[in-house]
Ligand binder design. Structure first.
Ligand SMILES: [Zn+2]
Length: 179
């Protein structure tokens, strides 16, 4: 049987499901149903990203234990299945033991092939965006999208993926894709 896999993004569980994600998951559901109708065996994944400072802070603000908080929100997102009559057959949580095992195996293989290196770095980080902000993205020292939040200066040694090593093969892929 022909196989077809698709996944949505995994939303952060720092707030209730919003209409933007409903649009995304309904679009994915349409594709999944269409492929099944064409005779494919479809693996259709969605789930929740339960790691991040914003989540930890949201849990603290509500006076909840972080794990209890993410359990509650993961269940809220999974209820979309009934509410929107979705047909996904996999719901991954980044705290699932099999997800953790896969992430660790991925890390080990990357480390074994010298794809991971350590570097000192210092950035201005917006907790609201969960992103580094460069000077051009700031207004009077604040994130344009979150003017009420203070930026966090993060200075630490961290691990990086040696993406440059794959620039050439990815370029080749890109060329064959368009040509
Ligand atoms: Zn921001």
């Amino acid at each position: 049987m022909k196989r077809y896999s698709l996944t949505t993004t995994l939303p952060y569980v720092n707030s209730d499901p919003h209409i933007g994600f409903a649009l995304e998951i309904i679009q994915a559901d349409i594709i999944a149903r269409h492929k099944r109708a064409e005779g494919y065996k479809v693996f259709f994944n969605t789930g929740t990203d339960e790691h991040g400072m914003k989540i930890d802070q949201a849990a603290m603000e509500q006076g909840k234990d972080t794990q209890a908080y993410v359990d509650e929100y993961a269940a809220k997102f999974d209820r979309l299945k009934q509410a929107l009559n979705l047909s996904y057959n996999s719901f991954i949580r980044t705290t699932d033991p099999h997800h953790i095992a896969a992430a660790q195996e991925f890390w080990k293989r990357c480390a074994a092939s010298d794809d991971i290196y350590k570097k000192q770095y210092k950035i201005k980080y917006c907790v609201g965006c969960e992103l580094e902000k460069t000077e051009s993205e700031l207004d009077h020292g604040h994130c344009i999208l979150h003017p009420n939040l203070e930026l966090e200066i993060i200075e630490e040694e961290n691990y990086f993926f040696r993406f440059s090593k794959y620039q050439q093969p990815l370029n080749v892929l890109g060329d064959s894709g368009t040509g």
